[in-house]
Ligand binder design. Structure first.
Ligand code: P6P
Length: 343
């Protein structure tokens, strides 16, 4: 699609041109992306108000994850639900902040799309003014299944029609894939529109930068211990090169850095709670980020296999996550596969 002037094109123009170019991208999907983007603009306003908005701190409630909700978690969730209620494009929504899928109000028409989201990922950072974000995933509602049942949502990540995130940082950037590459849109606050600023985002295949919460090191399994020890050994060790480390503790911020300059993001299984296979949620964190990263030429595994091949068993299930620069993800995954083969 050619921009008609030197000024970047708007998200709306981009989506209309994508709809013309790709038969698998429908008017309903376009409407959904527009509505989610508008909701992200509303969330960005709330997030940017900080202490002036009376929206920092705890909400005094908990979510299905057993986590204390921040006021902005609840506000962001409500913004996304209300924005998507009336358009007639959705069959139902599911969110990190809600135990069960949310039906579309009876007064509105229904569509055949399903929207899943983490309305404000990394919200533990919100009170200390560190970047947070919204993550979303789009599926098609299966025929003959109640769209408000968890069963309707339990589809492998490979079935996603679209995925994206909005990072609320020094600038507000929406990153989107509809299955034909990854594109970045920066919010122009003067006109209130997302403008196309990054075309065909690509993750470099190799990296010298890893993202992991090192405080969990003593709880990792043996392959993880050895993999990270080799990273830390740098040029003196088997990897033969030095590595740098970054950990924002906000997945959206860490993944955006990796999309921009490469890297590997890891949240592995650890013994802190052996019953949990990992911390991050498959349906609305790992799967959408995996689609984005794969569309950008990267890779995303659970330490053994492709994340987007996992058949979900429950709406809020957790999964170990290794994603980013393809060659580094394959190297890290290899430590587990080698361990399994030797067992
Ligand atoms: P930890 C935020 O709560 C989150 O779900 C991700 O955004 C982030 O990558 C991870 O958890 C941070 O976890 O254990 O380092 O606080």
């Amino acid at each position: 699609m050619a921009a008609t002037s030197s000024k970047p094109i708007t998200l709306t123009q981009f989506l209309i041109e994508e709809q013309r170019a790709h038969e698998d991208f429908s008017a309903e999907q376009r409407l959904l992306i527009e509505v989610v983007a508008r909701a992200c603009k509303m969330i960005a306003i709330q997030v940017s108000r900080g202490a002036l908005g009376g929206v920092l701190g705890e909400a005094g409630t908990g979510n299905i994850q057993g986590e204390a909700q921040k006021k902005l978690d609840v506000i962001s969730n409500e913004i996304l639900l209300q924005a998507n209620a009336w358009g007639g494009h959705l069959a139902a929504c599911a969110s990190e902040e809600m135990a069960d899928p949310q039906p579309i109000p009876d007064v509105y028409p229904k569509g055949d799309l399903l929207l899943l989201f983490d309305p404000l990922d990394g919200s533990s950072n919100i009170d200390v003014n560190v970047s947070v974000g919204t993550i979303f995933s789009v599926l098609r509602a299966p025929k003959g299944v109640d769209p408000t049942s968890a069963e309707a949502f339990l589809q492998p990540g490979a079935m996603q029609l679209a995925a994206g995130y909005c990072v609320y940082g020094p600038n507000c950037t929406l990153v989107l894939t509809i299955g034909h590459g990854v594109y970045g849109f920066t919010l122009d606050r003067e006109i209130g529109s997302f403008l196309l600023t990054q075309r065909d985002m690509t993750v470099p295949a190799d990296t010298r930068e890893f993202a992991i919460n090192m405080s969990n090191q003593r709880h990792w399994d043996a392959p993880m211990q050895r993999y990270v020890a080799d990273l830390l050994a740098g040029a003196d060790g088997p990897r033969g090169k030095d590595f740098n480390m970054r950990w924002v503790a906000s997945m959206v911020a860490d993944v955006h850095r990796i999309l921009t300059r490469g890297g590997i993001f890891i949240y592995p299984w650890d013994r802190k709670d052996p019953s949990k296979p990992g911390k991050l949620r498959l349906m609305y964190e790992a799967n959408p980020m995996a689609m984005i990263v794969e569309q950008a030429g990267g890779a995303a595994t659970d330490g053994r296999g492709r994340i987007m091949d996992i058949q979900p068993g429950s709406l809020h299930q957790r999964v170990p996550v290794f994603l980013g620069s393809k060659n580094e993800v394959e190297a890290a995954t290899g430590y587990h596969l080698e361990h399994d083969a030797a067992a």
